[in-house]
Write a protein that binds this ligand. Structure first.
Ligand code: AMP
Length: 528
């Protein structure tokens, strides 16, 4: 008998079930309709990409890339990889039996590898070919019989070590990662399909799951859902930034989330071959300040590390003891270059024109490397510790950095769908449910064909219809319809068939009436 065990969703992931899924559905439809009203079109990209894409764009100094990515080798040879791991990461073989097993496994690895590469199922890179050759040579050195103690044993050990080392270096497939965010994928797709050739700015939105191996807690999951939008094109007009932010506030309004704060900032520009940017100058100043012993000694371990790796992130710190020190640090707004300052001033004017209230937050730097100039975040006090609903910013250099055409600029945001749903539920204004319009209570074999036919007709009219697959007693059927929250019960029994009239019961008040089949469709049209 196979072992009986229960399976559970993996830590940090969860199932979204009816009736809760109705609110998710409502939210996604609402978001689509808002974004489409601003002329954004949907882009669907794969949920996994080359690891390198994320490492390059998000930056290796970020937590996301450093410790939160779900990364794996993309191949279908796990049995062989298991043997490789036993050889490569197992113990050094000692004694006749262990050496025999080791040799057998190494031989299997080489033989299967050759089979698979000649069938084109394994990457035939120079590194892999070298490693297989070294294992081949090593195999000669571990052939039986086992030599007596002395130089023979050392030679055997050296051969075994070389096999182990070479086995470890074999690469079975490309290294891929489940996307931790989607901007990198959108930019990759933009470049791959030459979207710069299409007229005007490309305004794209996406909806889907993202994956980060964070510590799970309320509002923070390892598989979570984001809705995001990106604008890619040659212009960096502040009106683009403002329109994107305005669009978000319209979505918040539709969701009737009133308690939120929009924080904005400009984080300056990076160096380009033509000129020095204001952000690197600021980062250097900040680093110098943070290195001062009286400041450095008051920082926690994370911030101390970031002084060297990514000092901007210190500004982002939520550690209570660090807040007083951070408040006194120089602010980037004081060091913006003339162009960045002008861009930021225009953004604020644009937001005011659109009647979008905002709060300036000189500490808002955003975690990912590719941002520049405009950054923004929307937080909600009703969410608790994980209060960020949405974040975004400008990333003008990213397209070029990922090998795309020069001069293409970009801005985007991503909102956390899980948190939006929490906020909608907290605000208690939207009640999305799915209702059954008509429950068909059929009784008797004669009634069944009519029930099937009418279910089809009503579903064609876009009504939600429940047709019980097996006959139910009338009382039971009524009870079931009531529990489902059905609005009407259509009763088809012997009497109805004999009289050619149907009975309809409205569950809200129990009112029942007779109706002909011809009048049915109109009846429900009116009842909508
Ligand atoms: P980011 O890509 O980190 O700027 O995140 C954008 C938005 O996604 C945040 O403001 C959150 O609302 C949401 N988010 C980020 N990480 C998670 C997570 N682990 N679980 C749930 N939502 C998240």
């Amino acid at each position: 008998m196979p072992e009986q065990r229960k399976f559970r969703a993996i830590k940090g992931t969860r199932d979204i079930l009816p009736p809760d899924s109705a609110l998710w559905d409502w939210f996604e439809k609402t978001a689509r309709s808002v974004m489409e009203s601003y002329n954004f079109g949907e882009i669907r990209t794969p949920i996994f990409e080359e690891t390198e894409l994320f490492a390059r764009s998000i930056g290796v100094e970020t937590d996301v890339v450093n410790k939160e990515m779900y990364t794996f080798a993309d191949h279908g040879h796990w049995g062989l990889e298991l043997i490789r791991n036993q050889i490569g990461y197992g113990r050094m073989p000692h004694g006749e039996e262990a050496v025999r097993l080791f040799r057998m496994q190494a031989q299997t690895l080489v033989d299967r590898w050759r089979e698979l590469t000649s069938a084109g199922e394994m990457p035939e890179t120079p590194e892999n070919s070298q490693a297989i050759k070294r294992i081949d040579v090593g195999l000669i050195g571990v052939s039986s019989p086992i030599p007596p103690a002395g130089p023979g044993v050392s030679a055997l050990n050296a051969s075994a070590l070389s096999i182990m080392h070479s086995a470890r270096s074999l690469k079975f497939g490309d290294v891929v990662t489940l996307r931790p965010e989607a901007t990198a994928s959108v930019v990759r797709a933009y470049i791959e399909h030459g979207l710069q050739m299409r007229p005007g700015d490309q305004k794209l939105y996406y909806i889907g799951p993202m994956f980060r191996r964070e510590r799970p807690q309320k509002g923070r999951y390892r598989q979570f859902y984001q809705i995001g939008a990106e604008v890619l094109g040659t212009s960096d007009a502040p009106a683009i930034d403002a329109e994107l932010i305005e669009m978000l506030t319209v979505l918040l309004e539709r969701c009737q989330i009133e308690k939120y704060t929009l924080l904005i900032n400009s984080i300056g520009c990076p160096d380009t071959p033509e000129r020095k940017g204001c952000r690197p100058k600021y980062v250097e100043l900040l680093r110098a300040k943070l290195r001062e012993p009286e400041i450095f000694s008051k920082l926690g371990a994370d911030s101390q590390r970031r002084v060297e790796t990514n000092p901007l992130r210190v500004m982002d710190s939520k550690v209570p003891e660090e807040q007083a020190i951070i408040e006194k640090l120089p602010k980037i707004s004081e060091l913006l270059c003339a162009d960045c300052r002008e861009h930021y001033e225009k953004l604020k004017k644009e937001l005011t024109l659109r009647e979008v209230p905002f709060t300036e937050s000189p500490r808002l730097v955003r975690g990912l490397d590719y941002y520049m100039r405009t950054t923004f975040e929307i937080t909600s006090p009703i969410l608790g510790a994980q209060n960020a609903l949405c974040g975004g910013g400008r990333y003008d250099g990213l397209v070029e950095m990922l090998g795309g055409p020069k001069g293409i600029k970009g801005i985007g945001f991503a909102l956390g769908e899980d948190r939006f749903i929490d906020a909608i539920q907290e605000a208690k204004k939207i009640h999305a449910t799915r209702t059954v319009d008509v429950f068909i209570a059929w009784m008797g074999e004669q009634a069944y064909p009519t029930a099937v036919r009418l279910a089809h007709v009503l579903r064609g009219e876009k009504h939600t219809v429940e047709l019980p697959p097996e006959e139910m007693k009338f009382r039971k059927a009524l009870e079931r319809a009531d529990k489902m929250g059905a609005r009407y019960v259509l009763i088809i029994g012997d009497d109805e068939i004999a009289s050619d009239m149907l009975s309809i019961k409205r569950l809200a008040d129990g009112k029942q009436e007779k109706i002909s089949e011809e009048a049915l469709v109109d009846y429900f049209r009116g009842a909508r």
